[in-house]
Design a protein around this ligand. Structure first.
Ligand code: 4NP
Length: 162
């Protein structure tokens, strides 16, 4: 088990860091708090793009999350950086495009394991969390449904690793 001084570190990455990855960030934080891993895992999120650096999560994402009891008020967007590959244990991409961008940034001898998020839950049979930014409110519910399922799978996987 990781100690308080060296928590296991997970980074979620999407394009803008205002819709999908902050949703995953908030969902995993709350699920961890009521799991045996409470206090042993540090969660963060970032975007491959720089358009929304410093911005709060999209209000539609925050509202949909709040209706399920997840809070995103403490989150602000940042861009992923090379140092993240040395700091985090696992970097999880929301779609293939994010993963391709991350592979371009990935340094040699990175500590972080890099993968897509959704395949952690094999039952979903899906690879990507669809980008809800240009769609309607139902897209944000889909993001939450997928992220909730994959977060449960992620917690099980981290428990196996620690
Ligand atoms: P996200 O969604 O990657 O889930 O945060 C997006 C947010 C902003 C933009 C695209 C996707 N954008 O083009 O500004």
């Amino acid at each position: 088990m990781a100690t308080e001084h060296a928590p296991y570190k997970v980074l979620f990455v999407c394009l803008g860091n205002i819709c999908r990855s902050p949703t995953a960030h908030a969902v995993l934080e709350r699920k961890l708090a009521s799991s045996p891993l409470a206090g042993h895992v540090h969660v963060d999120s970032a975007g491959t793009g720089d358009w929304h650096i410093g911005h709060a999560p999209d209000v539609r994402a925050a509202l949909a999350a709040r209706q399920r009891g997840y809070h995103m008020d403490h989150l602000r967007a940042r861009q992923v950086r090379v140092a993240d590959f040395r700091e985090f244990d696992w970097i999880l991409a929301m779609d293939h495009s994010n993963l391709a961008d991350l592979k371009k940034l990935q340094p040699e001898h990175a500590k972080a394991q890099l993968s897509l998020f959704l395949p952690l839950d094999r039952k979903l049979g899906l690879a990507e969390v669809p980008d809800p930014y240009y769609g309607g409110p139902e897209g944000f519910e889909t993001v939450l449904d997928l992220v909730e399922a994959a977060s449960d799978a992620l917690i099980r996987r981290i428990q196996e690793q620690l």
